[in-house]
Design a protein around this ligand. Sequence first.
Ligand SMILES: [Zn+2]
Ligand SMILES: [Zn+2]
Length: 344
Amino acid sequence: MKAYTYVAPGRFELLDKPKPQLQGPRDAIVRITLGSICTSDLHIKHGSVPRAVPGITVGHEMVGIVEQTGSEVRTVRPGDRVTVNVETFCGDCFFCRHGYVNNCTDPHGGWALGCRIDGGQAEYVRVPYADQGLNRIPDSVSDEQALFVGDILATGFWAARISEIKPDDTVLILGAGPTGLCTLQCVLLHRPARVIVCEPAPERARFVREHHPTVEVVAPQECLSFVRQRCERGGADVVIEVAGAGDSFRLAWECARPNAIVTVVALYDQPQMLPLPEMYGKNLTFKTGGVDGCDCAEILRLIDEGRIDTTPLITHRYALSEIEEAYRLFETREEGVIKVAVHP
Ligand SMILES: [Zn+2]
Ligand SMILES: [Zn+2]
């Protein structure tokens, strides 16, 4: 089969590899019907994910059809259409039982697919702990509708869930990239009084205005004065930082009102400063991330009910044979690309 492979730092190539086989009783083999490219894939390509293993097939956003299951797999059967979770988790350890699946203590747990073991920019993938990692897609939900459930939509859903959003809150979201846009949809499910999105790129700001006319959009340079002047409590009640830019962490806590919740989903290249003397008396609560991708069944139900729709994020479509070009476009952000869909 064809598999897009991390050959060496800076180099991915579409190679011929053998089809994956079951390795344990809790594994499943999934025939991939649609995949995508994530910013984390670019981080692997550029060598900033040291635990990524050269030679692995990359890709951790995909949906497909179960082809084969191990003897202990109970929740899915061959022929089922499924989403694949970015995280591998055992379901049995202390953290899994509490829903903190990102912290699963299993040696194979965490972000393994497309990083430490073969992932999904390929025709087939082996999914360990298939009962945990796979969720059946309702018949009325398309592959494109379900494509982001296992990663960026799980992240947005989790970020909104842990942010304790209340009905009269103003929620500020920093960043309207793919994960920011998923977070926005999940924040809107909580029906806060007001939602503000801060985004520097004009085409992404336009995307938010077009798809979410009730949401206010500001540029980073005006964000702080905007919330100080226009929010009655002097800042946002909840800030969700999804941008991960050089100064967005500082902007996040500065835009928060006293006693606000600041949820940090962003993954930074550099350490961030927590200048406690400056924030003394502001009494903020910080929540930091690593998504716990354990709500996929609920997310699929919300998609089925028409309450979440991330298909507008798919701006470009490619065949697996054209994946090189898909990466180039995604990385250069040309043509207003938000997400690409890759058909094996
Ligand atoms: Zn990802
Ligand atoms: Zn576990």
